[in-house]
Design a protein around this ligand. Structure first.
Ligand code: GDP
Ligand code: MG
Length: 364
């Protein structure tokens, strides 16, 4: 350790009088570090590198305004292994009190409250088929999902779509949690499933590996609380952050044409806060946000990081996986949308000249 006096002495010897030791300029820190052969690490640069690894939509400007954001999850797994049953159970039991009855139609994603240490913490589930969500993500290089929950039926074990789901999550660098489901059933053999998973490279935590696996019955709701707690623990380790104070950016997860509302689009806001009145561009579509609806169909004025929100006001229906961004004016938005449309036209021409059709699922 180096004493304060020693540091002060060093600066005096260089003819510098620090105004109290509490404030050293960047240059002074560099000087003292090189004197004592200590490596200087630029914290901001390190953080930017970490963000790039996690494929977060953050800029350097966001760094000093970062706040925690909820995790966004995708449930994947083989058909009939219980994905829908699990989602339904969570949706029925874990939405905010008094709001449960209010769910009329889904918007493709919803918020769930998980009590952790007596505090309600939010997590967000995507209700789109996992392979689509991941296909779109891979195609764009963006990462919408923070954690993949892979459901495996204890009476059936690993099947082709299980393997596929694991591959998607691994390719995207997303942490995996396994829900071993249907433990209530005759013929359920959760230990065999653990064995199968370890043989495809997912080593259970209880065997000293690093993949959390929770044995549940989605039908009966057994251990689903454990699963949610595990999810929140894994999320906490990821230190998910965003800057709510900036213009919103994010990804489209679902879109369609409503008879009375016109084009409707569900976005996950990934950074910033989306507000009513904002002008957005999303792929080839653009417009002013006329109204925002939350996952319970309730009108809201804004939506912050990780929050799914349905938007009305676009001139067109964008495509799944398109990213959206708030821009300064309708003119800018129109210009961007038009140049994107042109890009797409050119891509199509190139594809026709090539050897085959390229669709989103080609990336899945
Ligand atoms: P998905 O195709 O993965 O969405 O599977 P579903 O959620 O539709 O479930 C397929 C079937 O398995 C349905 O008949 C469910 O009732 C049943 N199922 C799902 N979870 C459980 C469970 O934990 N226990 C039992 N016994 N049946 C389950
Ligand atoms: Mg289903």
């Amino acid at each position: 350790a180096i004493s304060e006096g020693e540091i002060l002495g060093y600066f005096y010897s260089k003819g510098i009088k620090p105004d109290g030791v509490q404030k050293l300029s960047k240059d002074m820190v560099k000087m003292i570090c090189s004197e004592y052969e200590v490596e200087v690490i630029d914290a901001a640069a390190v953080r930017v590198e970490e963000m790039a690894k996690k494929k977060e939509i953050l800029d350097e400007d966001d760094l000093d305004k970062l706040e925690d954001r909820p995790p966004v999850l995708t449930i994947m797994g083989h058909v009939d292994h219980g994905k829908t049953t699990l989602l339904d159970y969570i949706r029925k039991t874990k939405v905010a009190a008094g709001e449960a009855g209010g769910i009329t139609q889904g918007i493709g994603a919803y918020k769930v409250l998980v009590p952790i240490d007596g505090k309600q913490q939010t997590c967000v589930f995507l209700d789109t088929p996992g392979h689509e969500a991941f296909g779109a993500m891979r195609a764009r290089g963006a990462r919408v999902t923070d954690i993949a929950v892979i459901v495996v039926a204890a009476d059936d074990g690993i099947r082709p779509q299980t393997t596929e789901a694991i591959a998607h999550a691994k390719a995207a660098g997303v942490p995996i949690i396994v829900a071993i489901n249907k433990i209530d059933k005759d013929g359920a053999n959760p230990e065999r499933v653990l064995q199968e998973l370890s043989s495809v490279g997912l080593m259970p935590e209880e065997w000293g590996g690093d993949t959390p696996m929770v044995k549940i019955s989605a039908l009966k709701g057994e251990n689903v609380d454990d699963l949610l707690e595990t999810i929140m623990l894994v999320a906490e380790l990821q230190e998910l952050k965003a800057n709510p104070q900036r213009n919103a950016k994010g990804t489209l997860i679902e879109a369609g044409l409503d008879k009375s509302k016109g084009p409707v689009a569900t976005f996950i806001v990934q950074n910033g806060t989306l507000k009513r009145g904002d002008v957005i561009v999303c792929g080839e579509a653009f417009g002013k946000v006329r109204a925002l609806f939350d996952d319970k169909g309730k009108r809201v004025d804004e939506a912050g990081p990780s929050i799914p929100v349905q938007v009305i006001g676009l001139n067109n229906v964008p495509s799944a996986g398109d990213e959206f961004e708030v821009v300064g004016s309708l003119d800018v938005a129109r210009e961007r949308a038009e140049s994107r449309a042109e890009e797409v036209r050119n891509e199509r021409i190139t594809e026709k000249a090539g050897d085959g059709k390229v669709t989103l699922s080609s990336f899945a």
